[in-house]
Design a protein around this ligand. Structure first.
Ligand code: MG
Length: 382
């Protein structure tokens, strides 16, 4: 089962290259030994840092952008949500027990005796849950205000996942709500953590709408890109309200990748994701701290670059499309500014228009979207 939580906008190959980079003079590497062998060698914090590099495809790389105190809070936040997602994704787990556990996971995250055996479809996820007591102890070492945010978001996400464990994503409203639970809430929680750190204004955490859009833009990008990978798993995330207009079955597209109907469906999915980008611009403009800005902005630039490749591309239906090699490395190595970020958005926004025939509904929608986006981009900095 494919983990869905805040899926990486980066491709694993790109991340491997990235992790070899020397970041700010400090070598950042994935420990070679399996996580299971590190358990007895590392203290709680070091184990959590090692676990983060093992269980996240890209997060470990971008998290290095943050100052120490906030970095620890974000690391714990990620591991707790990764554990929750592992439970959600484990299709062998008896349903009734799973629902109970999802809804109560925020309580277990405060219990130093809590561990789970044999849960998860990936070795590293299973080790994380088998040694979850280490995460709990690291969690307990965090400041109160960070802990409160992590518990609150875990509670909301667990309940949302439990709701969706019993129903499918059918309408666009379901799609938005599911993405809110598994990714929008990550955005909301991160804003809370940024405000709590004092590095960002206390007002940031009040902007739930914009924080939610930050998560939705990434999540939808990944759901679209991973069409083929997810198709053969037990669950799909493309809403039937959209694909049902073009086919009787979601698997039609992989069998007919060049059919104009398949591409029209794909492009509608991309257009739906793009509607969140103007909010992303508004959000990024609110950030004051450079390191927080880079942490927030890098995945967003990767996401629009991914959508630009995926758009109108039959290969999306038959495999994993590749984003330009080295983009992620460049974004991390050269201190990404707001100005450069907006330039990337503008550059990629032109790709969608270029790939769309004029005098079509889609071209009209894209033109209106690009006009809104450009107004936001060209707003003078406060
Ligand atoms: Mg999941």
């Amino acid at each position: 089962m494919i983990p869905t939580l805040y899926k990486s906008a980066l491709h694993p190959r790109e991340v491997r290259a990235l992790l070899k980079l020397t970041l700010k003079g400090q070598q950042f590497t994935i420990p070679k030994e399996p996580l299971a062998q590190l358990v007895s060698k590392l203290d709680d914090q070091a184990f959590c840092c090692a676990a983060l590099t093992k269980v996240s495809r890209s997060f470990a790389a971008v998290i290095q952008q943050l100052p120490e105190d906030l970095k620890n809070a974000v690391c714990v936040f990620y591991l707790v949500l990764r554990a929750l997602d592992t439970i959600e994704d484990d299709m062998q787990f008896p349903q009734e027990e799973k629902l109970k556990l999802l809804r109560s996971f925020h309580i277990h995250t405060q219990d130093e005796n809590f561990t789970l055996q044999n849960v998860g479809d990936h070795e590293d996820y299973r080790i994380l849950l088998e040694h979850y007591d280490k995460v709990v102890r690291f969690f307990k070492s965090l400041d109160d205000h960070y802990r409160e945010v992590i518990v609150e978001i875990t509670k909301k996400m667990g309940n949302g996942m439990a709701d969706f464990a019993e129903k499918k994503v059918v309408t666009v409203k379901d799609y938005d709500l599911y993405c809110h639970y598994v990714a929008g809430l990550v955005g909301v929680g991160l804003s809370d953590l940024f405000s709590a750190s004092g590095l960002e204004s206390p007002d940031l955490k009040e902007r739930h709408d914009l924080s939610n859009s930050m998560g939705l833009f990434l999540q939808k990008t990944n759901i679209i890109r991973d069409y083929h990978e997810d198709l053969f798993s037990d669950r799909t995330f493309w809403p039937e309200e959209i694909w049902g207009k073009y086919a009787d079955d979601l698997s039609y597209f992989t069998k007919n990748p060049h059919d104009p109907k398949s591409l029209a469906c794909l492009n509608e999915m991309v257009m739906n994701a793009l509607t969140h980008l103007p909010d992303v611009v508004d959000y990024l403009r609110l950030l004051k701290n450079k390191s927080v800005f880079r942490f927030a902005a890098i995945p967003q630039v990767m996401a629009i670059a991914t959508l630009a490749v995926v758009f109108n591309n039959p290969k999306t239906f038959t495999g994993v499309v590749k984003v330009r090699k080295g983009l992620a490395a460049r974004l991390i190595l050269y201190d990404l500014s707001l100005e450069e970020t907006l330039k990337y958005f503008k550059k990629y926004s032109r790709v969608f228009l270029r790939k769309t025939p004029k005098n079509t509904d889609l071209h009209k929608q894209l033109s209106e979207w690009a006009a809104t986006l450009n107004r936001k981009i060209e707003m003078p900095e406060k």
